[in-house]
Structure formats: C-alpha cells, structure tokens
Design a protein around this ligand. Sequence first.
Ligand code: GAP
Length: 511
Amino acid sequence: MEQKEDNLKDIISHAKEYGFVFPSSEIYDGLSATYDYGQLGAELKNNIKSYWWKSMVQMHENIVGIDAAIFMHPKTWKASGHVDAFNDPLIDNKDSKKRYRADVLIEEHMEKYRNKINKDVAKGKKRFGDDFDVEQFLATNPNVLRNQAKIDDIEKRMRETLGENDLEGVYNLIMDLGIVCPISGSKNWTEVRQFNLMFSTELGSVAGDASTIYLRPETAQGIFVNYLNVQKTGRMKIPFGIAQIGKAFRNEIIARQFIFRMREFEQMEMQFFVRPGEEMKWYEYWKEHRINWHKKLGLGDENYRFHDHIKLAHYANAAADIEFNFPMGFKELEGIHSRTDFDLKSHEEHSGKKLQYFDPELNENYVPYVVETSIGLDRMFLAVLSSSYQMEDLGDGKQRAVLSLPPALAPYKAAVMPLTKKDGLPEKAREIMNTLKFDFNCVYDEKDSAGKRYRRQDAIGTPYCVMVDHQTLEDNTVTIRDRDTMEQERVAVDQLPQIIGDKVSMTHLLK
Ligand code: GAP
C-alpha cells in the first residue's frame, strides 16, 4: 500500500511538472480539493471527452447530446430529492479532529478481510501452482470462511443501518468493529451526523430580491427537465438516451486523493429512457457496454471490477459501480443506475407539467423508466494517467519516465524535430509540421540533444517523434520513433499521415 501511495505522489508531481494538473490558485497556496488542468491536461481531458461523446452519441442513433445550464430552478433539487436526501453520514474523531464518512470507514474495515482472503488465495496459488483450485479453496478453507462470515455480517448490518438511516446503528457498528482513526489510532468518535453536500448561492443582486439556488450536484437533472423538449423536438422514440458532459459541485466532507474526489468536478452522464418493466434488461446492457468501453482502451482488464451497491441512492432500484485499480486501490470510477421513474414522476408533481411518453406500439401513455451511466471525467483522467505512468529501466543504471497513454488520447500525436538548428533542417521540419497539423495535434521541438527531446516526449506520452536530418533534404525521408518500443524507422514524408493516423485513430476503439 505504501508503495502505491508513493506512486500516487510521483504521479501528482509528474502531472504538475509537465503541465497536466496544477493545484488551483497555487500562488495563494491553493484551494483544497480544487485543481486546474494545464496545457497538456486540457488536451488529454478533451480527448477523453471526445472518446466518450463519440461512443455514446455518435455511435448510437437513438442517443443525442445536450448542454444544460449549471444553475437550475431551486424546485429542481426539491423534486430530485437532493435537498432532503443528498447527505453523507459523517463522524469526527475527537483526538485527531479529522472527519470521515462513516460508511467509508466501515467499507475500508471490510476491505481488510477481503485482503486477508486474497492473501490466502495467493499463498495457495504459490504453493500448489496449476493444481490449485480457487473455487474449492474459497468454499472450504476455514480461514477464508471465517473472514467471509465477518464480511457478510458487516454487509448485513450496513444494509440495515445505512438503508434505514439509522445513524445510531451506524455509530454502534463502528464501535463494535473497533474501528480506530487512521491518524490518532483512537476510538474517541463523535456521534454520526448527516451533512448535505450541495453548495448554495444567491440569485439576483438586489437585497431581499435574492433567492437561494444550488450549484448542480449532478448533471442528470438538466437532462430530466429537458426530457420532453428533446423527445418532442428530436422526435425520439423509446428507448432513447440523452447525454451530457458538464461540471458538477459537491461540498465533499473528505476531499483528498488528488483529482479523485473534488468539490468541483466534471461528469459525463447519459440517461436512457425505457419502457417500464424493461429497465433491468437495459441496466444489464449498459453495464456490459460501459465496461467494454473501458477495456478497449487497453489499460489492463484486471484493473476493472464491478461492485454492486449495498446502500441504494434514494432514486435507484439497482446500482453498480465500475471500480478501477487506482494507486489508492480499487475505487469507484463510474456508476450505472436503474433510476426507475423516480425523477420524471417527481418533476411532474413539483412542476405540474406532464412528462409522459405516448407509446404507439402499446397505444398508451406512461412515465418512462431511466437507466443512467455516470462517469467522472476527472476520475477517468486519473485512471488513464496513473495506469500509463511508469519509470522504465533502460539498463546501465539509466531510467526513463514514460506515459504509455492510449495513442488516441495522447495530447500530442507527434513531435517534429530537426536534428540540428542549422542547414535548413528547422525550415524543413516546420514544413512537415505545417502539413501534419491539420489532422494531428503536433509539437515542434528543436531545443537540446535528440536524446533529451525523446525523453521529454516519452514523459508526456507522445506516440511518435519525427526526426528531420540531412538525408531528409536529399530524399524526403525522416526517421519516426515509436514511444513504446523506442525503435526508429526510416519512412517517406508522404507516408507520415497514414502511419500516424493508423496509430492514433479512435476508430478502432469505437468499432
Ligand atoms: N447522476 C448520478 C450520479 O451523480 P454518483 O455516483 O454520485 O452518481 C457519478 O456520481 C460519478 O461522478 C462517480 O462515479 C464519480 O466518477 C464521479 N464523482 C462523484 N463525486 C465526485 C467527486 N467529488 N470528485 C470527482 N468525481 C466525482
């Protein structure tokens, strides 16, 4: 774990050093849990957005995208349940004065038993090799069974207490499990309290004329309130979806771990409107579709797992997370939720407007059910960055920092370099760059030795370096160096668009 945390520190400093992510307003010592994306971070972020948008909107005839306002009528949040129910159960340790989410403390405690089971399995595999039967071991080993029974018992009590909003029960569970504060090591806890996560502000400049409005805590409600606008103007037939990318704001109790949990972040959400009774079919469909979207990036299939929710949000009848193996361990990256007709029905009640669909096949009106997919763009950014970053041993005590980003997401697709700053090589390099830049985001680099320049591009994940040398002037060929293999090949300048295009195209990810 310590090694993983060190790894996160390295990633944070690499992200800053190369212009991916900066602490927000750093000259004033920063603002907690708020970050700015730098010149390369903005490019990487845009490419992730583009991969999501293309896959969800462009590749689905029955999904369209919108861009709703962050400010919404205050009644929206009463209807959505966020005013009354968007709370986290928090608990303070009186000795360290640190605040925690009670459910997270319990989940982390449970994770210790899961780790014990995983360790026992690893030991068995090491000892018995191919003869080791994991299923049988899990079903019969006394240590495993004892730890599994503990997990089951905690899960049951969590469901009972958190599900019923029984805060005293949550406190008792923490005490019974002997959970201690990771900082002070003590069990000196306060009671568990609920804390609303929405930021509020005032609309209107004249005193007395103001009304309280909220910064949206999810983008989904901008879609729900526009359901009928889009359905009618787009002549959409159920099942259909509405997608959106945008900022969301939450006053998180514990906002740490870099861009994993921020108070201002970005979501990429899609609400899929379906016939009542068909929601579980679509829920399974979207779970499968979304995990495939992730796996296609090639960050390692073993880095993903599903986690079914124990405590369902106030709107859901089924929910699962896609968890990713971040430097801090497996954590939520995306949620897939079956939201029933909760939101549309509630907006009907609060607005007095009908939000129904006339289904010509059934010849009836109904309020559609909704299955949503909701991914945090910043978490996706961290997943891509953390799994791509590595210090690679090159032998002879030499190392290189390399970001093996999926080429389709890399900020620059190629770096164009003249071998020297004279003999007309810079002019030729610029000429090549000026033809490539229409199709690919390229960078021109002539400073320092070729080796140093290659290292710089490796560190920011540029898939190709194109080197212009004296032979280029004679036969219009260049060397093209591959980031991952570090191999160089001599190719004709005319071939560059195709070679680079094949490597960085999103098409093969989308197919
Ligand atoms: N509309 C449903 C919804 O908002 P959620 O599980 O609360 O569901 C969806 O959030 C996704 O948004 C999460 O899976 C996560 O990736 C991202 N997210 C939530 N809170 C976040 C935060 N404080 N910082 C960064 N990303 C966050």
